[in-house]
Design a protein around this ligand. Structure first.
Ligand code: NI
Length: 192
């Protein structure tokens, strides 16, 4: 039953995100789901079903992509799949705690919320984080040097903002990779 709902959620987000490819696409969601499962291995007491649906639906009502209110897309899916009302509220609360811009400096109260937030943040850093930063910068007309500012505004801060030790460990390697990239970028950018 739970496995079927999770399978349905994967299908639902594939439909929902369709052709979007600016980094907030179905594959981002699937990587967050994968990161969550990786972190969750260290926390068997956390509710895997709740975290799975929260991770899979965490961008289903992202305001940059959808004009929905009150987690309408997530709620539509969950109700259609007969997820109990209490669980729906739990999942929506976790989803609403994940967004970086809305929750700067705020920590989710539940372990499940902490893990899903970490899983999302992990996908913003490392090699993929670098690729996403320049892809997004290009889309909004930023120069390469202006895009680099995003590392200092957000990406390099995320390592210390991970809630769980398991995520901190994964973040450490990805952080070092970004620092190495920046060092090389500046070195090659010199013209004198
Ligand atoms: Ni996300």
């Amino acid at each position: 039953m739970q496995d079927t709902i999770i399978k349905n959620a994967v299908e639902y987000i594939n439909e929902l995100f369709g052709g979007n490819s600016d980094g907030h696409d179905a594959l981002h969601t699937l990587r967050v789901y994968k990161n969550m499962k990786l972190i969750a291995q260290s926390y068997p007491e956390a509710d895997l079903f709740i975290m799975s649906l929260s991770a899979l639906l965490h961008d289903a009502d992202d305001h940059k992509l959808f004009k929905t209110e009150n987690n309408a897309n997530a709620r539509f899916f969950l109700a259609k799949n007969d997820v109990p009302e209490e669980s729906i509220e739990q999942i929506c609360e976790i989803i609403n705690g994940v967004s970086f811009s809305k929750n700067r400096g705020k920590t989710p109260e539940t372990l499940e919320g902490k893990i899903v937030q970490d899983a999302d943040r992990l996908d913003a850093i490392g090699a993929r984080g670098i690729a996403r930063t320049f892809a997004y910068g290009g889309k909004v007309g930023r120069s390469l040097d202006d895009s680099v500012q995003h590392f200092y505004d957000k990406l390099l801060l995320l390592k210390d903002e991970m809630n769980t030790d398991a995520a901190k460990e994964i973040a450490k390697a990805r952080h070092e990779y970004m620092e190495g990239f920046l060092k090389e970028y500046y070195e090659e950018s010199r013209w004198d």
